[in-house]
Write a protein that binds this ligand. Structure first.
Ligand SMILES: [Zn+2]
Length: 267
């Protein structure tokens, strides 16, 4: 299993794409979130993926830096279904609010001849807190992270042999997510900025963490590998070096600060 980051930035960046990624187990893929627009299609292409192959999609929440790229995926899928060149089906998994919003947006934004494929061959699949589904051959358990901003689901993916990958979405892993995150082999966690730059980026007002916070949490939860994403872009070019230096002071496991389009093997 490997993860390719299509984007690693927060909602306000211009130098990175918004945080979203592809999980890939020998060609069986899951796309998680879509970023803020059709840049998703470009990022997929640059990462060596065909958008047509992203048939299993998870959306964590309705913020536009995660959701609007999904509208583009829906448009592409439905348009090419209509033309007869996209065969088979596709699934989008999310909680009730996201599913309702995607259905409404598709109804309002897509052409009628395209929208007819929504809920026919493009399935909008509502998932619930604690529910486990098999997606692209993986056992994925969704959980409500308990966000006070917008309802958000993280997930825990069974990597086999007792190994787990937990994604807490784009907020600090709170109490509801900790039972999944604790002892995870991999934790995907947001880190808005460096601890020393909290005065500049105000992570706490936005319900985000510093690198130090995320690293301390990773240590407390006993995770083996911590991957940080959803960051500012003021440290563009230096981010990996600076974030690793700060994070390693507080987390002794393996720490990753991938750039856009970087692939990490989830061993
Ligand atoms: Zn976000």
């Amino acid at each position: 299993m490997k993860i390719t980051m299509l984007g690693t930035g927060n909602a306000l960046v211009t130098k990175y794409y918004n945080t979203c990624y592809v999980l890939d187990d020998a060609g069986r893929t899951i796309l998680v979130d879509g970023g803020g627009g059709n840049g998703l299609l470009r990022q997929l292409e640059l990462a060596g993926y065909r958008w047509e192959d992203m048939r299993e999609i998870i959306v964590t929440h309705r913020h536009i830096d995660h959701l609007l790229g999904i509208i583009w995926m829906m448009r592409m899928i439905c348009e090419f279904m209509n033309e007869g060149t996209y065969l088979g089906e596709a699934n989008i998994y999310a909680h009730d609010e996201v599913i309702a919003l995607l259905r409404e947006l598709a109804g309002k934004l897509l052409k009628k001849k395209e929208n007819r494929f929504v809920d026919d061959r493009l399935h909008l699949v509502e998932v619930h807190d604690g529910e486990t589904r098999e997606i692209s051959g993986q056992k994925v358990t969704f959980f409500d992270i308990g966000s006070t901003k917008a309802k958000q689901y993280g997930y825990c993916l069974d990597l086999g042999d007792g190994k787990r990958l937990t994604c807490c979405g784009d907020e600090p892993c709170g109490e509801p997510g900790r039972k999944y995150a604790a002892g995870s082999t991999w934790l995907l966690h947001e880190a808005f900025c460096l601890d020393g730059q909290a005065e500049i980026y105000h992570p706490y007002e936005k319900h985000h963490s510093t690198v130090k916070d995320a690293a301390e949490l990773g240590a407390k939860l006993g995770v083996e590998n911590l991957l940080l994403y959803h960051t500012e872009d003021g440290t563009y070019g230096e981010r990996k070096k600076l974030y690793l230096a700060e994070g390693k002071q507080y987390f002794s496991g393996s720490l990753y600060v991938p750039d856009d389009l970087e692939t990490v093997t989830l061993t």
